[in-house]
Design a protein around this ligand. Structure first.
Ligand SMILES: [Zn+2]
Length: 327
């Protein structure tokens, strides 16, 4: 059982998940479920896609041997089947440019269900929220309606084999992370602005742009568990933790702080906040003087002038960089 094979139709290396998705289309590029070969060209065993054209598979798609006959098994020296982890990784890297990290074959299947890709969409205006979640001002919705949105997201994201999606705003990414704490980010292409509000090709900040698969956890700084250290400054990350919000009546801003990392402070204009899903929960928490789980994406720099850390959000669109998560 493998997640990756060579297609006889395209001669290319393909993921089982991609073939499965394509097999559901009328004009599928793959002509049949048996037209696949073991990735080790010296072996070339014939493989069949399980779940071919199954609309709601119980588990993620994978390739299995097409036949039980002894002469149709993997060759004794097949590196995909019998190779060491290093050999398999080398084979995968040569044919795809993708390494499966330290995973063994058993866990590759879980990883395929367990991956997302993140890209940036073009927004017509900065207050527009993510269509995936909601397309109107979320403060107009009741708490029950907002709960329904969370639930809908969770249901759709949990369908096995369908989690390889593209996200642009922080909320679905964080909800996905909560469901898949060991989730793998296949690639991410999130631009970021600097403190002048410019997105520059050569900037001293490091945006979230990678093409290699890695744990989503690696770009999330859990402020409940670790102190923000100097080597995280000027790098765009997702910061997560329990925050306390206090309204500054005079400036129409809300100030956020966290007990565990007192140096981490940031302000958001109340006018911007009203466009975020979960704003009612947030307002409730502020009123009751309670902590609330938040995530925000951007970078911190140390301002020598003011002698404190300053937060710069990743983009001007608040749904891209702020997620109100919990109670
Ligand atoms: Zn083989």
């Amino acid at each position: 059982m493998v997640e990756i094979a060579r297609s006889l139709d395209t001669k290319k290396t393909v993921l089982a998940h991609e073939v499965w998705k394509n097999s559901l289309l009328d004009n599928s590029i793959y002509r049949g479920k048996r037209l696949f070969r073991c990735l080790d060209d010296h072996c070339g065993a014939q493989l069949t896609l399980a779940n071919w054209r199954v609309e709601e598979p119980i588990r993620a798609a994978y390739f299995k041997l097409s036949s039980r006959e002894p002469e149709k098994q993997h060759k004794f020296n097949c590196q995909m089947e019998y190779g060491t982890d290093d050999e398999k990784n080398q084979l995968l890297e040569n044919s795809t440019g993708v390494t499966m990290m330290d995973a063994d074959q058993q866990t590759v299947a879980d990883q395929i269900e367990n991956t997302i890709q993140i890209t940036q969409a073009i927004r017509p205006n900065k207050s527009e929220t993510d269509k995936f979640i909601i397309n109107k001002d979320s403060s107009a919705l009741s708490v029950t309606e907002q709960d329904k949105i969370y639930k809908n997201y969770r249901t759709s994201s949990n369908i096995k084999g369908l989690t390889k999606s593209t996200y642009q705003s922080l909320m679905p990414v964080m909800l996905w992370w909560k469901d898949h704490p060991e989730g793998i980010l296949e690639k991410i292409n999130w631009p970021a602005i600097d403190r002048e509000g410019q997105e520059r090709a050569t900037s001293f900040i490091t945006p979230l742009k990678f093409n290699n698969p890695f744990l989503l956890n690696n770009i999330i700084i859990n402020l409940n568990e670790q102190k923000l250290s100097e080597h995280e400054y000027n790098k765009v990350k997702i910061f997560y933790g329990e925050f306390h919000g206090s309204s500054e009546e005079s400036s129409n801003h809300t100030l956020f702080s966290t007990l565990k990392n007192p140096s981490v402070l940031f302000k958001i204009r109340n006018n911007d906040l009203k466009n975020v899903v979960g704003i009612k929960r947030l307002r409730q928490a502020i009123k009751q003087n309670k902590y609330i789980e938040l995530a925000f994406c951007g970078h911190f720099f140390f301002s020598k002038k003011d002698n404190h850390l300053v937060f710069v959000p990743r983009t001007p669109a608040i749904a891209d960089w702020l997620a109100i998560l919990g109670k």
